[in-house]
Design a protein around this ligand. Structure first.
Ligand code: HEM
Length: 320
């Protein structure tokens, strides 16, 4: 090959390699036939494309995680991860149906003289009937609360989730990062692991709410027993605490939980994970990039490869 003085050594080397490859390909075509070689070429190209997109995805996730930001990556292959077990989902369903019942029947009991409460009582069959429905909700809440204690202590999945829900120093950093992002001071928001500080706050607020609402609720429910043990002002305090905390809990759920899980444009109208228990790779990369990295690292350890390989062969076909 004639040497061109303007070309760098790298370029010359590249040309040599290209030429070598081309002549090797020609030789293969002659020996194996054009059909076999072009099929092999296609497979090689598909593999290359796949490898490149995986590397881009890894790079984007890592880059964003390093900047403490949430990556926006559209993976080439759709894959679903299990986020919530069946037991987790059943507890959540019982919890929210009980809470909805309690809130819907409790608030009219707090404002019984208002016009809208009168309409509500007409619909439910009166104040006493509403109180009865309220007590059904209370049984659901107490039941799920008691079961949850068993779940987080005796069941592996529960213990794992509980540990992940414990507050950490990182959560405080995440709050600062996100607030400065919302204020436009920083260009990127926080990147979360399995549970964000928003979800942790939701979880721990329920503990406080349960202790106050169940204790005061039981005192109101069994007034005679309460009065036979304690002076009357204990019952008055319980009534005040139940009434005000009930309103606070209702507003907190509407403002905090409903905004974050339903009205936030990232989730609107809602994610179906509460029902299916599954989350797509696109969503897990965006909402829980650190957990995603951990899952991939663990998969890599157990299977080898880059860890991002989709387990099903149909999905492998989709890469092509
Ligand atoms: C999310 C949970 C709950 C909310 C939001 C809630 C809300 C309320 C509200 C606002 C009232 C009206 C208070 C007033 O008269 O000013 C009330 C009454 C009452 N609540 Fe709850 N509550 C909840 C949980 C419970 C629980 C767990 C129990 C029982 C263990 C309970 C038992 C009662 C009873 C017995 C009354 C009086 C009802 C009546 O007069 O018939 N509540 N609740």
């Amino acid at each position: 090959m004639a040497h061109n003085p303007d070309k760098s050594e790298k370029q010359i080397l590249k040309e040599c390699v290209d030429q070598e490859l081309l002549s090797a390909l020609e030789q293969l075509r002659e020996e194996l036939g054009a059909d076999v070689v072009s099929k092999a070429e296609k497979e090689l190209l598909a593999q290359l494309r796949r490898e490149i997109s995986v590397r881009l995805e890894v790079a984007a996730t890592k880059k964003a995680a390093a900047r403490n930001a949430r990556p926006k990556v559209k993976p080439k292959v759709e894959e679903e991860f299990v986020r919530f077990s069946l037991m987790f989902r059943i507890q959540h369903i019982v919890l929210f149906t009980s809470c909805l019942l309690l809130m819907i029947t409790g608030i009219p009991l707090k404002f019984p003289n208002s016009g809208w409460a009168a309409v509500f009582f007409k619909f439910t069959g009166g104040v006493a009937a509403s109180g009865g429905i309220h007590r059904i909700g209370a049984i659901g809440l107490i039941g799920v609360g008691a079961f949850h204690m068993i779940y987080i202590t005796m069941i592996k999945d529960g213990r794992h989730n509980f540990i992940q829900l414990l507050p950490r120093l990182r959560d405080i950093k995440d709050v600062f990062n996100n607030v400065s992002y919302f204020l436009g001071i920083s260009k990127v928001g926080a990147a979360f692991g399995r549970f964000s500080y928003i979800e942790k706050f939701d979880y721990w607020a329920v503990y406080w709410g349960m202790v106050v609402m169940i204790t005061s609720g039981l005192m109101l429910w069994f007034q005679d027993t309460t009065m036979s043990i304690l002076p009357k002002y204990f019952l008055d305090v319980a009534h005040e605490a139940h009434s005000d905390e009930g309103l606070l809990a209702t507003l907190a759920i509407i403002v905090w939980h409903f905004y974050n899980t339903h009205l936030n444009p990232d989730n609107f109208p809602m994610s179906w994970t509460w029902l299916t228990g599954k989350i797509s790779n696109e969503k897990i990369i965006h909402h829980h990039p650190l957990e995603y990295e951990q899952i991939i690292a663990e998969r890599k350890k157990s299977t080898g490869g880059n860890g991002r390989e989709h387990p099903s062969s149909e999905a492998r076909e989709e890469w092509k």
